[in-house]
Design a binder for this molecule. Structure first.
Ligand code: UTP
Length: 830
């Protein structure tokens, strides 16, 4: 057996890396490399390489530049075999010469002028896609930064404006759309080589007007014409008897390996996967899922950082994508509503199954819920699909797989809605509608724009029977009427009426969805939803978008509606007694039998923790009531363990303590009218009131009514004081302020330095919002040397999903800093 570059030895024999097949022994390797498939791919690869080597990349053209102009111009260097151009945008063209020498002489010429245009001619890079989508651009656009979004939303003047801003922040940017278009072109080019006359057609969020940054790219590979091509070339080969079709294409085609009409979808998809793996630059992680409802090939495009799905049997999806485009064109309120509701649902972990499967609502189902809701308004915002069908003309009639998919192609054919409710009202009404919707008894039907009873007769409605096949139809016979999978939520597809688009949703998700809708509805009734805060507090959508707090699945507890069976994750920090770190007098007391030691030690730990949180890290006391609506929407939604007596006790104590501390000590805030939890200037209670500032200026969180072995506080943090601390410390030491910094480093065991770091970090955010509100509970446990203080942290408000980060930081910061403070002695903690 000759050594072959594509054949690798494996423990079980050999593997051809070009064709992606295992080969058991040497004779099969020889047969394989001489075989048609390997030879074909081998030739094709060589051709591609030559093409690449003989091509130049040309920029500086205009959208109206034609291929002929380019051919005419570049022919002066040698024969041109092909010009591929990005005509839509006029950004570039690839000119392919027949000979390498021609390419070289075009590159050797320093300046190129064609009909007044200055062209730039460069060698063609292998990954020419990178030219259009630069990584930097991608990174900038692909993730919605919650902090930036929240800030932006807070600055809007109304919820209506906030919703429009959500669309702006999330929608696909032009460069993302361009990248996607280019990928479609590339795939079309490659697939056409293997499947003559095929079409690669995008559907779903890439084109349905609801696309968000980095959404998946859904593609349909239409092989209908390829099948016709195949059967034609078969018969012409049979007639000619020479294994060659009329146009000579079949010999080179992968089609010689497969009969498309007889092959199973799985077989065809395997072939598609091989083409993707071998022949499409930048494609990686190709995976075939043949057991899915619709078998699919998944892939990732490295340079575009994009996940894609290719299906071959999904003509209905093309049509429902057209339907969504039409709906967007019919009423401009649909897009902001869908974007906002999708965002909300993602934050609440109700939608957006990361890899397609799973019990969450998919985005298509969620969009159907919005459409259905708009159809049921009085007067309706959108028409039923049945009504739309009546507005279509004859040419627009369309039946796919027996399902009537007729609707007008243009919004102009549909009379505008008489409904003039604004976005803010519609959003609140959406939550009210679905918090009450009886999913166990009713089915969502966008087709009829009314809830249908969840009965077996569902699928016997007239539109299920196929219309006589009009022009615009596929020829497949109608499918027998099958019942939709009525489950916990049944949302009928508008066309394929036997398909429940929420068939994957489980009981738990259904309950969560309705509970979250109920909580959101309640919140939408509050002033914080409707009115912009004049105090820089979060309002409107910001609070609505607060992520669902972390939960411990399966743990028991009760929710606001008594249904949730999840327990809030109580994040805990344990501070064990470390005698060696205690100041002398305390150590002596412990050594002498410990009479009263337990209380004394706990009261010091409590004071130290309070100091760390409030003075070192700039947290401020808050009133729990200020976050109650938020607790309804984010914490109680399955996460607040209100059944836990310790939590309840702690919550009520935090309320009492905070209000007593704030009213007891008005002067301490530096503002007589100030209430704890309200906006106050950092200079009054923040870190610059200082670790070493006079005691009278320091606001105490705990009041005298704390128990001797427990305490509880409610705090708010407005700055990300945990991020970038190390760098801030380093910068301080390096800066001209070095002397002062060195001093603070040694002062109070480095705690003064930490106060300064917090000051530095907070000064970087002059216009902060409430980021996090949380409750801290403290309790002393055990006895003697086994004594420990347990701290637990409960999020009350977390607008940007930062609680976990903050807690992670506290886990190491609190024990370290508390210990230093304890070591300084009681005087420092008073
Ligand atoms: P998705 O649920 O992925 O929606 O379905 P999307 O709008 O593309 O959102 P992303 O990609 O998650 O951001 C993709 C497409 O698949 C078809 C629809 O055409 C939908 O637009 N589809 C999905 C169905 O036809 N039926 C379904 O049950 C689900």
């Amino acid at each position: 057996m000759d050594a072959h570059p594509d054949i690798n030895t494996t423990p079980r024999g050999f593997r051809c890396t070009l064709c992606d097949v295992n080969l058991p022994n040497a004779p099969t390797v020889d047969a394989h490399v001489k075989g048609r498939k390997h030879q074909h791919l081998f030739r094709l690869r060589a051709t591609r390489k030559t093409q690449e080597q003989n091509s130049v990349f040309v920029s500086g053209i205009k959208p109206d530049t034609s291929q002929m102009q380019l051919i005419d111009y570049f022919q002066q260097f040698g024969p041109v075999s092909e010009v591929i151009m990005d005509k839509d945008k006029g950004a570039y063209a690839i000119v392919q010469f027949e000979e390498h020498a021609a390419k070289q002489s075009s590159l050797d010429q320093l300046e190129h002028e064609m009909g007044g245009l200055k062209l730039r001619v460069k060698p063609r890079e292998k990954k020419d896609f990178k030219v259009v989508i630069k990584k930097k651009q991608e990174g900038k656009n692909t993730h919605v930064n919650m902090d930036i979004l929240n800030r932006d939303l807070c600055q809007a003047s109304s919820v209506n404006e906030q919703m429009l801003r959500v669309v702006e922040s999330c929608e696909l940017s032009e460069s993302e759309r361009n990248g996607r278009e280019l990928l479609v072109k590339l795939l079309q080019e490659v697939f056409t080589e293997f499947f003559p006359d095929c079409e690669i057609l995008p559907f779903g969020s890439t084109i349905n007007t609801f696309g968000v940054h980095s959404c998946d790219m859904d593609l349909f590979l239409d092989l209908e014409k390829t099948k016709i091509f195949q059967s034609r070339s078969k018969s012409s080969m049979e007639q000619a008897g020479d294994g060659q079709s009329e146009d000579g294409r079949s010999e080179d085609s992968i089609l010689s390996d497969i009969d498309l009409t007889a092959a199973s979808p799985a077989e065809v998809l395997e072939l598609v996967a091989t083409v993707l793996r071998k022949c499409v630059p930048g494609v990686q992680k190709v995976q075939t899922l043949t057991t899915a409802r619709l078998p699919v090939v998944k892939f990732h495009h490295r340079d575009l950082n994009l996940h894609g799905d290719i299906t071959i049997n999904n003509r209905l999806a093309l049509r429902n994508t057209r339907f969504l485009q039409l709906c967007s064109g019919l009423d401009s309120r649909l897009r902001p509503l869908v974007y906002t509701i999708r965002f909300w649902a993602k934050q609440k972990q109700l939608a957006g199954n990361p890899f397609g499967g799973g019990p969450l609502l998919n985005n298509y189902a969620l969009t159907m819920l919005v459409i259905f809701f708009l159809q049921t308004r009085d007067p309706p915002v959108l028409h039923s699909v049945n009504q739309l069908k009546e507005m279509a003309c004859e040419e627009e009639e369309c039946v796919i797989e027996g399902w009537d998919c007729t609707f007008p192609s243009q919004p102009i054919a549909v009379p505008p809605s008489k409904n003039n409710e604004d976005l803010c009202t519609l959003l609140a009404a959406f939550f009210a509608f679905y918090s009450q919707f009886d999913f166990s008894a009713s089915v969502v039907s966008v087709r009829e724009a009314r809830p249908l009873p969840a009965t077996p007769s569902l699928t016997q409605t007239p539109q299920h029977s196929p219309a006589p096949a009009p022009q615009n139809s596929d020829k497949t016979s109608p499918k027998p009427s099958t019942r939709p999978r009525t489950r916990h939520m049944t949302i009928l597809d508008p066309f394929e009426l036997s398909h429940n688009v929420a068939g994957n949703v489980n009981e738990r998700l259904h309950k969560s969805f309705q509970r979250e809708c109920g909580d959101a509805e309640k919140y939408c009734r509050s002033l914080q939803y409707q009115r912009k805060s004049t105090k820089g507090k979060s309002w409107g959508l910001v609070r609505l978008f607060a992520p669902r707090c972390p939960t411990v699945p399966g743990a028991s507890g009760s929710s606001s509606q008594g249904e949730g069976k999840e327990k809030q994750q109580r994040l805990e920090i344990r501070l064990p007694l470390r005698p060696e770190a205690l100041p002398g007098s305390l150590r002596c007391q412990l050594g002498a039998g410990g009479e009263g030691f337990r209380e004394r030690w706990f009261s010091l730990v409590r004071a130290a923790v309070e100091k760390v949180l409030q003075q070192v890290l700039g947290c401020r006391p808050a009133r729990e009531e200020d976050f109650e609506d938020q607790m309804d929407t984010s914490v109680s939604s399955g996460t607040m363990d209100t059944s836990n007596p310790e939590e309840q006790q702690c919550a009520s104590r935090a309320r009492a303590e905070t209000s007593s501390s704030s009213s007891d000590t008005p002067a301490a805030s530096g503002d007589g009218a100030h209430q704890a939890g309200q906006k106050r200037s950092l200079s009054s209670t923040g870190p610059d009131s200082g670790f070493s500032s006079p005691q009278g200026k320091r606001q105490r969180l705990s009041s005298g009514d704390e128990g001797p072995d427990s305490a509880c506080w409610c705090l708010v943090q407005r700055h990300r004081v945990w991020a970038g601390r190390r760098r801030a410390r380093r910068d301080m030491l390096k800066s001209g302020d070095g002397g002062a910094a060195e001093h603070s480093l040694s002062e109070e065991g480095g705690v003064a330095m930490e106060v300064r770091v917090t000051e530095l970090l907070t000064a970087q955010e002059p216009d902060p919002l409430d980021l996090l509100a949380f409750r801290v509970g403290a309790r002393v446990e055990g006895d003697g040397e086994n004594m420990a203080t347990l701290l637990w942290f409960t999020p009350l408000f977390d607008s940007s999903g930062l609680f976990q980060d903050f807690f992670h930081f506290l886990e190491s910061f609190i024990p370290k800093t508390t210990e230093v403070l304890l070591g300084l002695g009681e005087e420092k903690l008073k």
